[in-house]
Design a binder for this molecule. Structure first.
Ligand code: FAD
Length: 306
């Protein structure tokens, strides 16, 4: 079956895409919060599909509520209606093994073969009721069940800023040994952290493919959210842009797009294996960025004889 899919140019598992492309380019989207925004997500997906991403990943609601979780539904839509390979995110920190199995069974029944296995953030002040403490435990569990291709998260600046990267890398190695064959990175704004991370993971002989997570920062609220939620270093030239255009909506958007494109061109020219664009469900921004790197993407991938 795999051979047929390859001949048709459709790859079902992310590791197969990496085997056949020198540069993988993918998007992340999140499920809309209310049913009223379902129409918007259709329009978003219609536009994202035209940009020919290698896959689209769909985030999983924090807290891992089974009732409200729309990740399965949206992943299935990405794959069935829009014909783009889907990766379903799945967090485990607050779920029992039974609940995780229920979700995996559901994903399998819908033909979703790729899962991004995550621990999830520990909810403040809540007693955890899950059977899994770390992502690697979820990864082993999924691996044991078979069927799925497993991706996981990595952190170029370390999970906690200032902490020794080596500790994180040991845990990354554990995720690989447990069955992850692909890593997607946390967002970063200074490529040097990513290059340093790649060098360090090579020393531990971590072989899985790694995609650089790029978030185009195009509005002020997003910047505030990023700085409160994640420890990515903001380089001087990034801060300069934000300060200069924080009250100019369109100028900030365009400067944010240009910054992301510059980051991507540098990463791709340095030979990274993949770019995962955090689209924030914004097809305009995704389109501007994708079109800017179109010829670069083609030039890298045409060198490969499949
Ligand atoms: P882990 O790999 O388990 O690591 C968490 C921490 O535990 C790290 O400090 C690690 O070093 C440490 N650790 C790991 N193993 C061990 C061990 N054996 N002993 C001691 N310490 C250990 N969150 C969502 O809720 N939904 C999403 O859809 C989502 N998507 C994401 C996508 C990407 C690409 C990324 C980078 C993050 C995403 N997150 C999402 C956030 C993620 O859930 C959090 O960052 C979470 O706090 C950590 O998840 P993890 O899978 O990296 O955890």
């Amino acid at each position: 079956i795999t051979l047929d899919k390859k001949q048709g140019g459709i790859y079902m598992k992310i590791n197969e895409i990496f085997e056949n492309k020198d540069l993988v380019f993918s998007f992340e989207i999140f499920p809309p919060k209310t049913t009223s925004s379902v129409k918007t997500i259709y329009n978003t997906l219609e536009e994202l599909k035209d940009l020919k991403p290698d896959f689209i990943s769909v985030t999983y609601g924090a807290g891992g509520s089974l009732v409200n979780n729309r990740t399965i539904e949206l992943s299935s839509l990405v794959k069935e209606k829009y014909g783009v390979e889907a990766v379903a995110h799945l967090t485990c920190i607050n779920s029992t093994k039974k609940e995780i199995d229920y979700i995996l069974d559901n994903l399998k029944s819908k033909g979703i073969e790729n899962v991004l296995a995550l621990r999830g953030d520990i909810p403040e002040g809540q007693t955890l009721r899950g059977d899994f403490k770390y992502a690697y435990e979820l990864i082993s569990h999924i691996k044991e069940r078979g069927y799925f291709n497993i991706a996981a998260a990595c952190y170029p600046e370390g999970y906690v800023r200032g902490r020794d990267l080596k500790e994180d890398l040991m845990h990354l190695k554990l995720k690989e040994e447990s069955g992850a064959s692909h890593f997607i990175s946390q967002l970063f704004f200074d490529n040097n952290y990513f290059y340093n991370f790649l060098e360090e993971k090579d020393k531990l002989n971590i072989k899985s493919s790694i995609e650089a997570g790029i978030m185009p920062v195009t509005n002020k609220a997003q910047i505030e959210r990023i700085t409160s939620l994640c420890s990515a270093t903001l380089p001087e030239k990034f801060v300069k842009i934000v300060n200069k255009y924080e009250h100019e909506k369109e100028a900030l958007r365009d400067a944010g797009i240009a910054y992301a494109v510059e980051q991507i061109v540098d990463l791709v020219s340095s030979g990274v294996q993949g770019i995962h664009l955090y689209t924030m469900n914004n097809p305009y921004v995704a389109r501007k960025i994708t079109e800017s790197i179109d010829s670069i993407r083609n030039s890298i991938n045409k060198k490969r004889v499949v």
